[in-house]
Design a protein around this ligand. Structure first.
Ligand SMILES: [Zn+2]
Length: 535
């Protein structure tokens, strides 16, 4: 007896093999058969005639750990066929915490719809809170612990780290790895991560090496300084032979990056792989991306913490210094291109969320810089929670990265929903159509990539690299994570606009054998699991 039979579809099995007609049989949480014809009786039959059956999609670069407590049903991503997300990226996780950092974490998480308390302190306690308590999750999550969180929890500020602080960071990292973290992520372009020097990272890399942990990095610079930033990435990972991921390795336009900067970075990636290092990169599917407002601010403003920085913005002289000293991160802002920036999340001024800075300026009768600094001043201690969406990349560059064999798809967003606080803060298609856009726009309409290869980059390529055993493939014995795609509907979908409701085109989604999305409707089933690092 089969529990779920997905019958008559075209199977794209995730390995990159040519598509073939097959039935997929599921018993419990496992795939038991992928065969041309499966004649066994089944409790549930899904007619996939004319549809494409793939392994559940896996996002290697997600920030859903920020929104999961307010969105355990993973509304916007599960309907796109995403059954597993690798979270905790860019150094920014809400664990470990201390009594001192918990308040700011609570405010930031409330902006993402979390209504409960922040009672956890360790990384393991957060994972338990998400996965074991309060109802679990619809999707599977594999977690990085964030380096910035380790720094904050150890009380580090600036570039100097005492021996005692480094010892605390090493211990907290070891604790997270013991609790099942995949590894450590860094975000070296903003926040406390920006102040970290390379020796601190190489030291923590030795802890990763001892535990078999992975290193994922939002590198220090992706414009004029890209080559040096990529070099630092390999100085951290190569001595230990760490499995490694170069996060969203895209180059922004209008920032002073050399024209061949991206190609040179990719050549380095090739060379390091040829020399035996297990490293891959990911790219985002849209020309737009999310970012932290604080990333634009100079270090001297932030050195006494967020609340002090916000307060100092009340002084016109400080504002003048900040404007003059802003050539970092989204460098096109320093060059006056505010039309490329939308205010996405601003708990203190929610009425401005979703507006571009020229729109905010027109409302307030002040220039964009003043409006931006007004928002940050109003944020007070919650300044780090202010988020932007920017037009970062050219469509040509995105296509180039999409087509590259060493790049998997990482949407670099977080799962959202159409109601509650998250809805107001995610008025961009990347939160609702990141994966369907990749398929609809880059694969089915533009043909930048074939469907088989695209599915491979969204499934087995990710599972193999991150050690997610038994995921990412449709094969006998694999975990029963399945997406059923209607490619005709996907190809017709307008994915550059925020959809009216949720993405369509993925009528069925199965997580660990449980039917979560049925004929496009979310059944409210939370069958997702915590995926600990495999040892
Ligand atoms: Zn990042």
């Amino acid at each position: 007896m089969i529990d779920v039979l997905v019958s008559g579809g075209t199977v794209v099995d995730g390995t990159g093999a040519a598509p073939y007609r097959a039935d997929v049989g599921i018993v419990g949480d496992r795939v038991v058969a992928v065969r041309p014809r499966l004649a066994a009786p089944a409790a549930t039959v899904i007619d996939a005639t004319g549809l494409v059956v793939t392994p559940g999609l896996i996002d290697p670069h997600s920030h859903t750990d920020w929104s999961v407590l307010g969105n355990r049903d993973a509304h916007s991503t599960i309907r796109q066929g995403v059954t597993t997300e690798v979270v905790g990226n860019c150094g920014l996780t809400y664990a470990p915490l201390t009594d001192l950092t918990a308040a700011a974490a609570g405010a930031a998480l409330a902006a993402f719809g979390h209504t409960g308390d922040v009672s956890w302190r360790s990384f393991g306690e957060l994972v338990d809170r998400v996965h074991l308590h309060d109802g679990g999750t619809a999707q599977n999550l594999a977690w990085f612990v964030g380096h910035t969180a380790l720094r904050d929890a150890a009380g580090v500020s600036g570039s100097t780290v005492t021996g005692e602080q480094l010892g605390t960071m090493r211990r907290l990292l070891g604790d997270a790895l013991d609790a099942g973290a995949l590894g450590m992520s860094t975000g070296l372009e903003y926040g406390a991560g920006r102040d970290a020097l390379t020796p601190e990272l190489t030291d923590l890399a030795s802890v990763l090496a001892r535990h078999g942990g992975i290193y994922a990095s939002h590198v220090r610079n992706r414009d004029a300084g890209l080559a040096a930033a990529v070099d630092e990435f390999f100085r951290v990972t190569r001595p230990h032979g760490l499995v490694a991921q170069l996060s969203h390795l895209n180059v922004r336009y209008g920032t002073g990056a050399p024209p061949d900067g991206w190609q040179r970075a990719v050549e380095r990636l090739h060379a390091e792989r040829a020399a035996g290092l297990d490293v891959l990169a990911d790219m985002t599917p849209y020309p737009d991306g999310i970012g932290l407002a604080a990333g634009l601010l100079p270090g001297w403003l932030l050195e006494d913490g967020a609340a002090a920085a916000a307060a100092r913005l009340g002084d016109p002289a400080v504002r003048r210094r900040v404007r003059a000293d802003s050539d970092r991160y989204w460098r096109f802002v320093h060059r006056g291109e505010w039309d490329r920036v939308v205010l996405a999340t601003s708990p203190a001024t929610p009425d401005l969320e979703g507006l571009s800075f020229p729109e905010i300026a027109a409302r307030g009768g002040r220039d964009e810089w003043d409006c931006f600094l007004d928002v940050l001043e109003a944020a007070g201690p919650d300044l780090p929670a202010v988020q932007l969406v920017g037009r970062l990349f050219t469509e040509k560059h995105v296509a180039e990265a999409v087509a590259h064999p060493l790049f998997c798809l990482g949407v670099d967003g977080f799962s959202s929903r159409t109601d509650g606080p998250l809805a107001a803060r995610t008025r961009h298609p990347l939160f609702f159509s990141g994966h369907t856009h990749y398929l609809a726009h880059h694969v089915l309409r533009r043909g930048t990539l074939g469907l088989t290869e695209a599915v491979h980059k969204m499934t087995a390529m990710v599972a193999d690299h991150f050690g997610l055993a038994g995921r990412g493939r449709l094969a006998e014995g694999a975990w029963a994570d399945v997406a059923v795609l209607d490619t005709t509907m996907l190809a017709r979908q307008e994915t550059f606009r925020l959809p009216d409701g949720y993405a369509a085109g993925v009528p069925y989604v199965i997580v660990n054998g449980a039917l979560v999305v049925d004929r496009g409707e979310h059944r409210g089933v939370r069958a997702g699991r915590f995926l600990p690092r495999s040892t």
